[in-house]
Design a protein around this ligand. Structure first.
Ligand SMILES: [Zn+2]
Ligand SMILES: [Zn+2]
Length: 265
């Protein structure tokens, strides 16, 4: 069965999400029969259902959050309702850092009870089994809230997702150790004098250069990244590194088997 990632959004950061310059529906991943929705931000449910052909929340095996910020988690509760038929069919797995589930939770507690299993993510956690997929978490990211990357394994295919957070020395090594075929990287900022909570484009390049996936996909763009035309930056990096580099757009469907096979050949 084929594997793919459908980008129900490719935007990040407050302004882009607030104005919906780019959508913020997260990634709908398919590994054969196993479907996982990662980071359902604002509009995720509407985007999923409006897609042609539609993504069916009742077929989801899991909903996974990298962290509790609303651009990654706002639609987690409506998506759980959709996955569980309004709570009438208890099913599926919810994976999220502990601070997204308690305290000031971004997944409402009543909906947490609708799923069959809740996994509280921590650093270097797992493997968590989601049907045919195994998920492990990354090193803790340096971000304002608990944030973890995700390493998915499905048969021979390895896909890693590097969510928001600032650059630090051991970050790339943690992802390199998992030897992903495909690496999805959130890059909000083009460049920055001040140290903020997100990767800049030069830092994202550096991470990809160190991890050396077969295919790198960038997403979660802020205003300054969008001004720089992410497709152009991706093409430059592809020429520089000799790996496949893709800049996500809203509703982009990446067929993982085809992309990985094209690089191997
Ligand atoms: Zn974000
Ligand atoms: Zn964030």
């Amino acid at each position: 069965m084929p594997s793919s990632i459908l980008f129900l959004g490719s935007g990040g950061a407050r302004f882009v999400v607030a104005r919906q310059f780019r959508a913020s529906g997260g990634m709908w991943m398919r590994f054969g029969e196993t479907q996982i929705h990662v980071d359902p931000g604002p509009g995720a449910l509407v985007r999923a259902l409006a897609h042609v052909p539609p993504c069916n929340p009742r077929e989801l095996a899991a909903i996974a959050l990298s962290h509790k910020h609303l651009d990654h988690a706002a639609d987690a509760t409506p998506m759980i309702e959709a996955m569980t038929s309004g709570g009438f069919r208890r099913r599926g797995v919810l994976l999220a850092p502990a601070d997204a589930l308690a305290g000031e939770p971004t997944v409402l507690p009543y909906a947490q009870r609708f799923v069959e299993r809740v996994e509280r993510l921590g650093p270097h956690g797992g493997p968590y089994r989601i049907e045919d997929v195994e998920l492990r978490t990354s090193i803790a990211h340096e971000h304002a809230v608990e944030t973890y990357g995700m390493h998915f394994t499905y048969g021979e295919l390895r896909v890693s997702y590097l969510p928001c957070g600032r650059y630090f020395d051991r970050l790339a090594a943690d992802y390199a150790a998992h030897e992903p075929d495909v690496l999805v990287v959130n890059v909000l900022r083009f460049e920055d004098a001040m140290k903020v909570d997100h990767l800049t484009w030069p830092e994202a390049r550096r991470v990809v250069d160190e991890v050396r996936p077969r295919v790198a996909i960038f997403q979660h763009f802020g205003t300054k990244m969008l001004e720089q035309a992410p497709e152009r930056l991706a093409q430059q990096l592809e020429d520089d590194l000799g790996i496949r580099v893709i800049a996500a757009r809203d509703n982009l469907l990446v067929d993982l088997d085809t992309e990985v096979a094209a690089v191997v050949a």
